[in-house]
Each structure stands twice: as C-alpha cells, then as structure tokens.
Design a protein around this ligand. Structure first.
Ligand SMILES: Nc1nc2c(ncn2[C@@H]2O[C@H](COP(=O)(O)OP(=O)(O)OP(=O)(O)O)[C@@H](O)[C@H]2O)c(=O)[nH]1
Ligand SMILES: [Mg+2]
Ligand SMILES: [Mg+2]
Length: 296
C-alpha cells in the first residue's frame, strides 16, 4: 500500500515541470508526507568550547608506498605532497589554526570557538577529507613528476574533541612522539638492511626488545650516525601555522592641486608557514600565542 502510494507520488513528481508553481497539491502533500525522514538524521554538533581535531590517515599506505616506489624509510616527495595537500585544506576551509602531519597522516585543529558548519562533525570531517584527497591527486605530478599515480588514494577521517589547552597540547605531543618513535625505529631498521646488509627479518630480530638508547647506540657505534643530526622533517614531522607578514607595494596617487606622487602601502597578510620544530615543549607555544584560546 505504502509502496503504491510512493510510486504514484513519484510518478506525479516525475511528470511535473521543475517549476514549483506546477506542483499539484497532492504532490506537495506527498512531499510533506515524506519529509519526516529528515528526522532520521542524527545531531552530530560538536560540544561547545572544545577544540575540534580532524585527523586523516592514508588508507593502506603500506601498499600505496610500495606500489609508488616511495624511498625508505622516508620519501620527501610523499611528505611534501601531504603537506601541500594540508596547506590547501587550511587555505580553503575556515578556522583551522594549526595542522600537524607525519607519515601518511595529518591532524587539523579548528579554533575552539569556530562555528563553521555549525560545528557539525560530519560536515567538518568530510570537507577536510575530500579537500585533502582531491589536492593529493591534483598536486601529485608536481612532486612525483613522471612517476604515475596508479590508482586513486583514499584517506579515512575521525573527529576528536579536546576541552582544554592542556589536552590539545598533549594530543599534538602524542602525535609528534609517535613520529619520533616510528622514525627512530625505521631509521635503524633500514640502516641495518641498506648499509648493514641484514635481511628484513634479521633486522627485525636485531631490534626486538631494544630501547631508544639502544637504537641510538647502534646507529652511532656501527654506522657513525648521530640520530639528532638526521633531518628534522623526519624526526619532528611538519607543523603548519598561520604567520603574519607585511607586504609593501608602491602606489601612485594624485590629489587635486598636487603633483602625482608615489606612496608605500603596507598590508599585513596571513601566510601558511611549514615548520619542522619541536611542539612538545613550551617554546613553540610561547612563540605562537595566537593558536590557543584561553581556558575559561
Ligand atoms: N617507504 C615509505 N613508506 C611510507 C612513507 N610514509 C608512509 N609510508 C607507509 O605508510 C604506512 C602508514 O602506516 P599506517 O597508516 O599505520 O598503515 P596503512 O598501511 O596506511 O594502513 P591503514 O592506515 O590502517 O589503512 C607506513 O607503515 C609505511 O609503510 C614514506 O615516506 N616512505
Ligand atoms: Mg594509513
Ligand atoms: Mg598512518
């Protein structure tokens, strides 16, 4: 019965001309009859006063990296492309105050008081994920040149809310500590394989149960590598922040009864800066006081 009614109403809607004035009263009634389905949508408004973090992570990038010949353990082309895509997210979407990325992931922090998309989690997350994914494909050639993109990459997204500055800083510290732990492991692992001549399973056995100090020691005593001198991009990941820069231009002006003259106009512009510094200690936060809003 219901099916028949729907089919009849749909038939009517199909036959109607697109202009609303041509809808018959029965199709309007049908529309209002269907409208209750709207109530099935769940409210996913993010709690007020919390920082909204969207974290993206590449889907099955272990395979993606293999198939696209990423250099091991770090591929600077891939890392730069991730950062270029994150930059595009920050430029195109409102209210992101800081982003942090490493490996195949990027976290975007929306300002605490944002009201963008009425703080709806699904809107925020899907906009970030789609802008990032399309940018990754769009800018691929700029970083990989002739190396073809073999299939469309995907990124998963999640939303996490942090109610205090302390929690948000701990979140970002956690991601940077993760970068450090993985990079130290990967650096020793691939040094043992590439320079030490070990097979991958031998290198794995060698590193089983070792602590950070042991890994540093292997690098230093066996390969003369001081881990602290390795690229900060690989050790610290990338942090994107807004920086204000003054841009000066000269303009010619002519006032009535005066000679034409040149004046210098200085404008403050916001630009994204990519940093590879420590964000766990206080220094970074003291140098960038605009990122956090007061806890109150
Ligand atoms: N060679 C190389 N591989 C990388 C690089 N960056 C990321 N990867 C690969 O991407 C993987 C990312 O790890 P995960 O996100 O935990 O795993 P995943 O394979 O993406 O799987 P899911 O995220 O669960 O879908 C790493 O384990 C590496 O295999 C890189 O610069 N060079
Ligand atoms: Mg992944
Ligand atoms: Mg990952």
């Amino acid at each position: 019965m219901l099916k028949q009614t729907i089919q009849r109403s749909l038939g009517c809607l199909r036959n109607c001309k697109p202009h609303s004035a041509h809808f018959s009263s029965s199709s309007i009634m049908a529309k209002s009859k269907f409208e209750y389905v709207r109530n099935f949508e769940t409210d996913d408004t993010c709690l007020r006063n919390c920082y909204i973090v969207v974290r993206l992570d590449g889907r099955n990038f272990h395979k993606f990296a293999e198939q696209h010949n990423f250099t091991k353990p770090n591929d600077n082309r891939a890392l730069s492309l991730m950062t270029r895509s994150a930059q595009s997210v920050m430029e195109e979407l409102d209210d992101i105050v800081i982003a942090y990325g490493q490996s195949d992931e990027y976290s975007f922090v929306f300002k605490r008081s944002t009201n963008w998309f009425k703080r709806r989690a699904s809107k925020l997350m899907t906009h970030v994920a789609s802008q990032f994914s399309s940018s990754y494909v769009f800018y691929w050639r700029e970083y990989f040149g002739e190396q073809k993109l073999l299939y469309p990459p995907g990124f998963d997204g999640r939303v996490v809310l942090y109610p205090s500055n302390h929690n948000l800083r701990d979140y970002l510290s956690w991601r940077q500590a993760d970068c450090h732990i993985n990079n130290l492991y990967n650096t020793v692992f691939w040094t043992l394989v590439q320079r030490g001549g070990l097979s991958t399973s031998q290198a794995e056995d060698r590193l089983k149960g070792t602590l950070a100090a042991d890994k540093n020691e292997i690098l230093f005593s066996e390969f003369n590598i001081n881990y602290n001198n390795e690229s900060p991009l690989h050790r610290k990941g990338t942090t994107l922040v807004w920086e204000k820069t003054d841009e000066s231009t000269t303009k010619k002006i002519k006032l009535p009864q005066e000679e034409e003259k040149e004046i210098t106009v200085t404008r403050t512009r916001k630009k994204i800066a990519a940093l590879t510094c420590d964000i766990i200690g206080d220094e970074f936060w003291e140098e960038h006081p605009d990122i956090l809003e007061n806890d109150s």
